[in-house]
Design a protein around this ligand. Structure first.
Ligand code: GRF
Length: 220
């Protein structure tokens, strides 16, 4: 089966982008990263993508009069590059309903909390504040409402009593870097898809393989 053509949308440092690029460097990985697109020219991830030999593009949201025009410019670029799947990885712009619908079930996001808990920003701070003992990250199909949509996989990490948002974010980020490539592999290979707004596994996916989408490898 042909590898799926993936674009990664970033706004910043791009550590999840790097994890996806590294996983896709394996020719057996079911997706290839063909484009990294940023809304900010100063996103650190752009240089890392270029070093890896991946095409990069900047579409500056400030150059457009409305969200719809900005999204239309991104959409045009993605379609010109024959992109099959879009991965949001620290992309800090709200997307219009039209754009989200246009990529329905073909766009996924990673969020640093166990959704539906803590959508939005400052998730680590809020999890500590709430006295949670577990926190984590979620990869999900993107829907119009921010940080919502059918969940593909989640990884949980413990919260230590002396954690700060910074120490906790590092632990979660390690889990993110394991979870995101796995989730992308499941979607790109067609093993994972959506029915009635829930994740379904196509065919006979062995339980241990499907189970990898839950706290992958975490803790050894
Ligand atoms: C990650 O925590 C991701 O979950 C969130 O934004 C952050 C991006 O970090 N959506 P990076 O740019 O991938 O390092």
């Amino acid at each position: 089966m042909a590898r799926k053509r993936v674009a990664i949308l970033i706004s910043g440092r791009g550590s999840n982008m790097t994890a996806l690029i590294e996983a896709a460097a394996d020719p057996d990985f079911p997706a290839e990263i063909v484009l990294v697109l940023s809304n900010r020219a100063d996103a650190g991830g752009l240089a890392r993508a270029a070093e890896a030999g991946i095409a990069t593009a900047v579409i500056d949201h400030k150059a457009y009069g409305s969200r719809a025009e900005f999204d239309a410019a991104m959409d045009a670029r993605l379609r010109a590059d024959a992109i099959d799947l879009v991965c949001l990885a620290g992309f800090m712009r709200l997307l219009t309903d039209g754009f989200v619908e246009g990529w329905r079930d073909r766009m996924i996001n990673i969020h640093p909390s166990l959704l539906p808990l803590f959508p939005g920003l400052h998730t680590h701070e809020r999890a500590i504040e709430a006295g949670m003992r577990l926190h984590g990250c979620t990869v999900h199909f993107v829907r119009a409402q921010m940080d919502s949509g059918p969940i593909i996989g989640q990884a949980a990490v413990p919260i230590a009593l002396d954690d700060t948002p910074d120490t906790l974010s590092k632990r979660v980020l390690t889990a993110e870097h394991q979870l995101y490539p796995l989730a992308l592999a499941f979607v790109a290979s067609g093993l994972a898809s959506v029915e009635n707004e829930r994740l379904v596994m196509q065919g006979d996916v062995p339980a241990d393989l499907a189970g990898m989408l839950v706290s992958p490898h975490f803790g050894g």
